[in-house]
Write a protein that binds this ligand. Sequence first.
Ligand SMILES: [Cu+2]
Length: 128
Amino acid sequence: MNRTLFLTTFVVLTLTLALVVQPVAASTPGIQILSPMQGATVMGPNVTFSFVVTNFILSPAEIGMLPVPGHGHLHVILDGTLAVITADGTHTLMGLMPGMHTVRIELHQNNHLLLTPPVDATVTFTVM
Ligand SMILES: [Cu+2]
């Protein structure tokens, strides 16, 4: 085998191996609202939300700081209006009026920008 053919074979094999063994892409961030459940009727006027965030670090100390991949906080949107910024796993919204409400919880980067693509969860519930 001449040197050129050897090198060509080496490069092809290396590239093939690199394609085969490339690491699995980092897991995608996610959020799930545990309570209240979709369509639930709950006692008001204060409603506690619990949620679980996966593949994303909630970092209260970094709110307003430079973005760090995989770090950030939550924006809680009540009926289309930002209600609170938090990095906790639960939050109690106070003084909800009786009736139907929608809460969307979004993952945000440290600098308050949405993730790309956006990651959020929405629940609609009724306060009695
Ligand atoms: Cu923010």
